[in-house]
Design a protein. Structure first.
Length: 258
């Protein structure tokens, strides 16, 4: 089933064409990777998919329903599509405990008070954390822990789709691998769909069933990950591949305390 369908999105910022006729589809229970260099339009695309910004033209369907981008999405769709941001330390309020942040998020999603304690414990368990972290403040958390809390927060409303915008880019390789494993396990166990956005092709390749390559706001290539990597049709993808070979792949087997 197609869970997100974007068609012919165009977005201009002054002289910059941030998105140029971008179309893509994400499917239920699968990961769509979106890769491209800095400034290629990835976050602009993410904002449109989350309904946070109205592009100049184009259409968006989420779970088969048309979405009026730039207007607040209906609550059930807002619950269904959740963002895992790049830097959770910026999105977790430093003045609030984890508990307070999670409660705030649940209140916004209309989750009844009586369910919040058990829901919080559930989502922490999904990211392999114990409820003791409810009492922590963001500045007491490592980057990896903060990112797990951000994933837990995104899971509170039982979403269908996680949109991860450079969600592991700020983390060291070992910690990155841990967080990627948390995401892969979640996807397998809960049939989540993931839109995984990164400038790092090695990470995108590791996570994604399908890849869309963006360059200067245009889709230069899209298809199954294996096909794209075996035989990149666009010179830009070949360049990204060459750059990827210059760096190491994320190590997934190692286990370490975050
Ligand atoms: N609100 C805005 N106002 C003006 N220009 C913008 C705005 N948002 C994005 N841009 C421009 O649009 C282009 C695409 O930006 P975007 O943030 O989508 O790229 P990105 O692929 O997410 O980059 P990065 O990897 O650095 O996060 C860039 O040239 C950027 O400067
Ligand atoms: Mg970005």
């Amino acid at each position: 089933m197609t869970i997100i369908e974007v068609a012919h999105l165009t977005q201009r910022f002054g002289a910059t064409l941030a998105l140029d006729d971008v179309s893509l589809m994400a499917h239920e229970g699968r990961t769509l990777g979106i890769v491209g260099e800095s400034g290629s339009g990835k976050s602009t695309l993410v904002r449109a998919v989350l309904g946070l910004q109205r592009p100049d033209s184009g259409t968006l369907h989420v779970l088969g329903r048309p979405v009026d981008m730039g207007r607040r999405m209906p609550r059930d769709l807002r619950r269904a599509v959740q963002l895992v941001p790049q830097d959770p330390k910026h999105t977790l309020n430093p003045a609030r405990t984890v508990r307070s942040s999670l409660w705030f998020h649940m209140a916004a999603q209309g989750i009844p008070r009586s369910e919040r304690q058990s829901r919080a414990a559930d989502v922490l368990a999904m990211v392999a954390l114990t409820p003791e972290y409810l009492h922590a403040y963001p500045n007491e958390l490592s980057g990896g822990l903060a990112q797990r809390i951000a994933i837990a927060r995104a899971l509170l409303g039982d979403p269908k789709i996680l949109v991860c915008d450079e969600a592991v880019s700020a983390l060291d390789k070992g910690v990155q691998a841990q967080v990627l494993n948390v995401l892969s396990d979640l996807q397998r166990e809960r049939r989540l769909s993931i839109v995984f956005v990164s400038h790092d092709l090695a990470v995108v390749e590791h996570m994604s069933d399908e890849i869309t390559v963006l360059r200067s706001g245009r889709v230069v290539e899209s298809g199954p990950t294996t096909d794209i990597l075996r035989d990149p049709a666009d010179p830009y993808t070949a360049e990204l591949l060459a750059a990827r070979h210059a760096t190491s792949r994320p190590e997934t087997e190692q286990s370490c305390v975050l």
